[in-house]
Design a protein around this ligand. Sequence first.
Ligand SMILES: [Zn+2]
Length: 112
Amino acid sequence: MTVTEKLLAALLERGVFDNEEQKVSGIAKLAIEKSFDSLSHAQKYVLSPWLSQHCTGSTDPGGHHNGCCVELDGDELLEAIELADDTECLQCDSCRNDDSYYAHQYDKLMAE
Ligand SMILES: [Zn+2]
């Protein structure tokens, strides 16, 4: 299975295609079963918006957004999906680190 197929499987598992037209999840399933490369050009095109997504960035405790809009695809996107609580909010590695740092600081603050 290529990373593209794993990506589609992860998205399907999380119900990302539930609100889309039925053909979208149908094509995703086909890609997983047969291989992404076996899809027609038009079918690949339908899935393309999900195969690269922008990082939603990280907001510090002061409410300042870091403005990150890194494009995630391939392994990076797969990792972001696997680690995200919400597939609408995918983050790059650096923003995930920032967020966990803020969460850590917050926990420390609360413990004092
Ligand atoms: Zn980012």
